[in-house]
Design a protein around this ligand. Structure first.
Ligand code: ADP
Length: 259
């Protein structure tokens, strides 16, 4: 019997959550003590630049429970992308801890970080970063191929995902033969094809016109709900931020409620 991407994701997630509960029970914790999916404590981040030390965060804290859809807004240069990079094990904290999907990401080696990203994180950026010489189908299949899934199986899963984002009839198009909104849909399918627990999206609608941005956001909302995701979205769009379950502002190195 064929399993839908949504059902497969749900099954994987349930298995992992049960694993977590068992770990908690083994350590004498109650079920309610299952840790938040994201727990950032006392995060510091500095960069050494030619002009001296640039301190982005001195004591940043964030807790996100499984299933939340959190928007982060803030001025350009506030450190939103840097924060997402640290959650996604693309950058390391200078001090403090970043627990993400039950993993202390700062402690991962480069190889472990790559495996962690492939398994736990779906990442979308403002620009789609699809590979121009490959079809939409092949682009979506890439993360599966990277983890060693057989090509036939990877392409079959990619086809289901393309259909889930409404692009079954564009599977053989190359990125240059797709509209901006379609490219971002393909990028979303690629981000989620491995059934990650976490979706990190950095201005995912920032390069799209208002109507298309609204449609792509509708799709993100739908996928978030149907796949039991936990999502963090960086956006400049206050209206879209208001549609998330929680909206935070990053300012002067700290996160606070969006006023
Ligand atoms: P935002 O996403 O909120 O616009 P960023 O996280 O991209 O902000 O960047 C925050 C600040 O950190 C910026 O001033 C940027 O120039 C600086 N920055 C980002 N990455 C580096 C780096 N690798 N080295 C030095 N400075 C950096």
């Amino acid at each position: 019997m064929q399993t839908s991407p949504a059902a497969a994701a749900q099954a994987t997630r349930s298995a992992r959550e049960s694993e977590l509960r068992t770990q908690g029970q083994e350590q004498g914790r109650e079920e309610s003590a299952v840790p938040a999916l994201i727990q950032v404590s006392g995060l510091q981040k500095t960069y050494q630049t030619a002009r001296g030390t640039l301190t982005l965060f001195r004591d940043l804290n964030l807790q996100v429970e499984a299933g939340e859809m959190v928007a982060i807004v803030g001025q350009s240069g506030a450190g939103k992308s840097t924060l997402l990079h640290m959650l996604g094990a693309l950058d390391t904290p200078s001090a403090g801890t970043v627990y993400c999907a039950s993993t202390d990401v700062a402690k991962l080696s480069a190889r472990e970080a790559a495996v962690f990203r492939n398994r736990e994180i779906g990442y979308v950026w403002q620009f789609h970063y699809l590979l121009p010489e490959f079809s939409a189908l092949e682009n979506v299949a890439m993360p599966l191929l990277a983890r060693g899934t057989a090509k036939r199986e990877a392409l079959a899963a990619a086809a289901k995902w393309l259909s889930e984002v409404g692009l079954a009839d564009r599977s053989d198009h190359r990125p240059g033969e797709l509209s901006g909104g379609e490219q971002q849909r393909v990028a979303l399918a690629r981000a989620l094809v491995n059934n990650p627990r976490l979706l990190l999206a950095d201005e995912p609608t920032g390069d799209l016109d208002e109507t298309t941005a609204g449609r792509v956001f509708d799709l993100i909302e739908r996928l978030h709900a149907s796949h039991g995701l936990t999502s963090i979205l960086v956006t400049h769009n206050l209206e879209l931020a208001g549609r998330c379950t929680r909206a935070l502002r990053l300012e002067s190195g700290r996160l606070g409620p969006l006023a």
